[in-house]
Design a protein around this ligand. Structure first.
Ligand code: ADP
Ligand code: MG
Length: 703
C-alpha cells in the first residue's frame, strides 16, 4: 500500500492561484491584476513585469526550468513551445533566470503550421499568444522536469482568433452582458457579472499498452478499424458502476493526485457501461477554467496511463458494437454573488424570472439546433450519435414531467398555477409554483436535458474540447436574452409584457421539447414532422457554421466574424478528410500486410491438412468446406481492398474543402465498411494463433 494521500495539503499546490498571488504580489499589483481578471481592465507593462518576476520566482522554487504559453489551436489538441528562463550569459559566463512582463503577457510563436482555414498564408507566419489571466498559471511536472504553463489565447497578426479560447472568452462576455440586462429587469442592481459554469464529465477507455502497440489502427487512428465481437460484450451491464479493479484503481489514484496538485477538482470516478470504460467528473467551474481543466484531464489520463503500462483511448468509438465515449457538458449561469439563473427557486418573482430564462433557452436551442449539433461534430462522433448509446443526432430538450406540465399550462391558459406535485399554490397570478427538484425521472436518451439547476449537453465527443459547445451555448442564449430584453425594456406594462412573452416563447418553441425515448424510430419520424433538423454526420452538420442566421448572431455579439466562421468551416472539412484518409490508409495497410498474408498462410495449412487427410483415406469434407469458405472471404477482402484503394486515391486527389469531405463521407467510409465485414468474418474462423493482432476480447477484458 502506498502512503496515505493528504488531499487538502496537495490540492492546488502547483497553481499560481489567488492565495499565492495575495501572498507574493505587492498590494497594488495584486489589486490591479484582480481588476484585470474580474473586469477585463488592461494590464500595464510595469505591473506585468512585477507579476512575471514573482511568477518566475515561485515557479523556480517548484523546480521549473522552462515556461510555456499553453494554447488551444484548431488542431483539437493543446499546443506549447517551451522557453527556458535563462538569459544571455553574463561576462563571468554565468546566466540569470529571467522572465519579463512582456514575455508573460504576449508571446509570438511561429504560427505557420497551425490550421487557419485560409485566414493566413504560410509566409505570414506571425501569430500572437496573449496571457489569459482568468485561468491560473500552473507548474506541470513530467519527464521534461517542471514547466510553468501559462494559459494563453492565440490570434493571427491581423487579430483573427486562431484558437478555441478567444471565442470562448468573447462569448462569456456576451452572455454576461445580456444576463445582467435580464437581471436588472427583475430588480437586481448589484450583480456585476454572470458567468457560465461548466462541469464536463469525461469518459475514456483503458487498454493494455503492449496489446495497443500490436494494433496499427489504435496507434494511427485511436480506434479499431477491424475486430469481431467477443462472445461477451456489455450485455450484462456488469461493468457499469462495478467494483474498480486494482490496476485501474492504482491508475485513478495517480490521476487524482496529479489533477489535484494543479488545482483540477477531480470529484467523481466510476466504471462506465462498456468493459474497460471509465468516467471522471470534476466539480464545475467557470467555463474558461473548466475548458482548460478538461484539457489537463485528458492529457493527465494519457500520461498516467502510460506510466501504468496502459493506453488511454479518448476516441468516441474505439470498438464497434461496444458503447463509445462522450463528454457531458453540464452548463448553468451564475452571478458573481452566487445565484444560479437556472435554479427554479422558491420565491414567486424568482420563479417567473426562471420561466423567462427557461423559455429563452428553449427558443435559443430551437432556432440554433443545427449549430448546437455542429458544435459536437467530430469524425468519431459520426459512429456514436444515434447509435443507441449516445443521444440521436436530433437536438431536443428534456424538461421532465413537472416542467413540461408547467409549460403546457402556460400554453393552454397563459398561466402556470400549479405543479404536478405541489397542487395549487397561493402565489398569485402569473407565477410559477415551487418546483421540487428531481420530481421527474432522468432521461439518458436526450441530447439536452434539464437536470435540476443546469442543462446537460450530452452530445460532445470524448476527445473534443468543450470550448466549441460552450461558445455556442453562451452565444445563442445571449441572443435570446438580448431579444427578450429589447422587448421588455421597451414595454409600458412590464408584468403584462413579461407574461405575454413567456407564453409566446412557450408556444413557438414547444416543438423542441421532447421527454420520450430518443432512441426510438417513432421519435425520428416525429422530429421530422416537427421540422427539427436531423444532421446525421459531420459533413452534413458543418454548413450550419456559415448560415446567415449564425453569422448574423456571432457578428452581433462579436464572438466570430464571418471570415473566422468561414475559416473554421474550412478547417473542419479539412480535418474530417484527413481523419478519414488516415483511417482508410491504415485499413489498406493492415489488410495488405497483415490480414491477407495471415489468411493465405492459414489456407496453406488448411490445404496441407486436406492433402494429409486425403492421403490417410479419411473424410475431408469439413476441411474442404472450411477451405472454400475462407477462400471465398479472402477474395471478398481482395475485391473490397481494391475498391477502397481506388476511392481513397480519388479522394486524396481532390481539392480540399466541402466536396472532398463529402466524398470521403459518402464514398470512402462505405468502402471501409465493405472491407471490414469479410475481415471480421475471417477473424471468427481463422485460428487465434494465426490472427495477426489482439482481438476485441483481449483488448477490453484483459486490462
Ligand atoms: P451525473 O452523472 O448524474 O450527471 P455527475 O456527478 O457525474 O452527475 O456529473 C455532474 C457534473 O455536473 C459534475 O461535473 C458537476 O460538477 C456538474 N454540475 C453540477 N451542478 C452544476 C451547475 N449548476 N452548473 C454546471 N455544472 C454543474
Ligand atoms: Mg455522469
Amino acid at each position: 500500500m502506498s502512503e496515505p494521500m493528504k488531499v487538502a495539503e496537495i490540492f492546488g499546490k502547483d497553481v499560481f492561484n489567488d492565495t499565492v498571488m495575495q501572498e507574493r504580489l505587492p498590494k497594488k499589483v495584486y489589486k490591479d491584476l484582480k481588476k484585470t481578471i474580474e473586469e477585463g481592465k488592461e494590464l500595464d507593462l510595469a505591473t506585468a513585469d512585477v507579476i512575471a518576476h514573482e511568477m518566475k520566482e515561485w515557479a523556480i522554487e517548484k523546480g521549473a526550468t522552462h515556461y510555456t504559453h499553453w494554447f488551444q489551436p484548431l488542431t483539437g489538441v493543446t499546443a506549447e513551445k517551451h522557453d527556458s528562463f535563462i538569459s544571455a550569459p553574463l561576462s563571468n559566463g554565468k546566466v540569470l533566470m529571467s522572465f519579463s512582463g512582456k514575455e508573460l503577457i504576449k508571446g509570438e510563436p511561429d504560427a505557420s503550421s497551425f490550421p487557419s482555414g485560409g485566414l493566413r498564408a504560410t509566409f505570414e507566419a506571425r501569430g500572437y499568444t496573449a496571457w489569459d489571466c482568468t485561468s491560473p498559471a500552473f507548474v506541470r511536472h513530467d519527464a521534461a522536469g517542471a514547466t510553468l504553463c501559462i494559459p494563453t489565447a492565440f490570434c493571427s497578426y491581423t487579430g483573427e482568433a486562431l484558437d478555441q479560447k478567444t471565442p470562448l472568452l468573447r462569448s462569456m462576455e456576451a452572455i454576461s452582458e445580456q444576463s445582467l440586462r435580464l437581471l436588472r429587469l427583475f430588480g437586481n442592481t448589484t450583480s456585476k457579472k454572470v458567468t457560465p459554469s461548466v462541469g464536463p464529465e469525461q469518459e475514456y477507455f483503458l487498454v493494455d499498452a503492449e496489446k495497443f502497440m500490436e494494433r496499427k489502427d489504435l496507434i494511427y487512428t485511436g480506434r479499431t478499424l477491424f475486430g469481431a465481437m467477443p462472445p461477451k460484450g456489455q450485455e450484462l451491464d456488469d461493468h457499469y458502476f462495478g467494483t474498480i479493479r486494482q490496476r485501474i484503481a492504482g491508475f485513478m489514484r495517480d490521476v487524482n493526485e496529479e489533477l489535484w496538485k494543479v488545482g483540477v477538482t477531480a470529484k467523481t470516478q466510476h466504471n462506465e457501461v462498456a468493459p474497460a470504460q471509465h468516467e471522471l467528473a470534476p466539480i464545475y467551474a467557470e467555463a474558461n477554467v473548466a475548458v482548460d481543466h478538461n484539457h489537463i484531464v485528458m492529457q493527465t489520463l494519457k500520461r498516467v496511463a502510460c506510466q501504468h503500462g496502459m493506453k488511454c483511448l479518448l476516441h468516441e468509438k474505439p470498438f464497434a458494437g461496444v458503447n463509445g465515449s462522450g463528454k457531458h457538458n453540464n452548463w448553468s449561469l451564475t452571478t458573481d454573488d452566487g445565484k444560479n439563473l437556472l435554479e427554479p427557486g422558491r420565491t414567486p418573482h424568482e420563479n417567473i424570472q426562471f420561466l423567462l430564462v427557461l423559455t429563452c433557452i428553449l427558443k435559443a436551442v430551437d432556432i440554433h439546433a443545427d449549430l448546437l449539433r455542429e458544435s459536437a461534430a467530430d469524425p468519431g462522433n459520426d459512429h456514436r450519435l444515434g447509435a443507441n448509446e449516445a443521444p440521436p443526432a436530433i437536438i431536443s430538450v428534456f424538461l421532465g414531467e413537472q416542467l413540461e406540465d408547467v409549460l403546457e399550462q402556460l400554453i393552454s391558459t397563459g398561466e402556470a398555477t400549479h405543479s404536478l406535485k405541489g397542487g395549487k399554490l397561493e402565489t398569485g397570478v402569473r407565477t410559477l409554483p415551487d418546483l421540487a427538484k428531481d420530481a421527474t425521472d432522468r432521461n439518458r436518451t436526450s441530447p439536452f436535458a434539464f437536470t435540476g439547476n443546469k442543462f446537460e449537453f450530452r452530445m460532445v465527443g470524448s476527445r473534443d474540447s468543450v470550448a466549441g459547445p460552450n461558445v455556442v451555448l453562451n452565444t445563442i442564449v445571449a441572443e435570446a436574452f438580448s431579444e427578450a430584453c429589447d422587448i421588455l425594456e421597451a414595454s409600458d406594462d412590464f408584468e403584462k409584457a413579461l407574461h405575454d412573452l413567456i407564453k409566446k416563447y412557450a408556444i413557438e418553441h414547444q416543438r423542441i421539447v421532447f421527454n420520450g425515448n430518443g432512441y426510438s424510430d417513432e421519435w425520428i419520424e416525429e422530429a421530422e414532422r416537427r421540422g427539427l433538423p436531423n444532421l446525421k454526420s459531420m459533413v452534413e452538420a458543418i454548413p450550419a457554421l456559415t448560415e446567415e442566421k449564425t453569422v448574423e448572431m456571432f457578428e452581433k455579439f462579436k464572438v466570430f466574424t464571418k471570415t473566422e466562421l468561414e475559416s473554421r468551416a474550412e478547417i473542419k472539412y479539412e480535418n474530417y478528410s484527413k481523419a478519414i484518409n488516415i483511417e482508410a490508409r491504415t485499413m489498406i495497410d493492415m489488410a495488405s500486410k497483415q490480414f491477407i498474408p495471415s489468411v493465405i498462410k492459414y489456407t496453406k495449412s488448411l490445404a496441407d491438412t486436406v492433402i494429409a487427410v486425403k492421403e490417410a483415406g479419411a473424410d475431408m469434407s469439413v476441411q474442404c468446406e472450411l477451405l472454400s469458405e475462407v477462400s471465398a472471404l479472402l477474395s471478398e477482402v481482395k475485391k473490397a481492398l481494391d475498391i477502397l484503394k481506388t476511392v481513397t486515391e480519388k479522394a486524396s486527389d481532390m481539392e480540399e474543402g466541402e466536396m472532398q469531405a463529402r466524398y470521403y463521407h459518402f464514398h470512402v467510409v462505405p468502402a471501409m465498411e465493405a472491407l471490414r465485414a469479410p475481415v471480421d468474418k475471417l477473424e471468427m474462423i481463422v485460428d487465434k494463433e494465426a490472427w495477426p493482432m489482439p482481438s476485441y476480447g483481449d483488448l477490453i477484458f484483459e486490462v
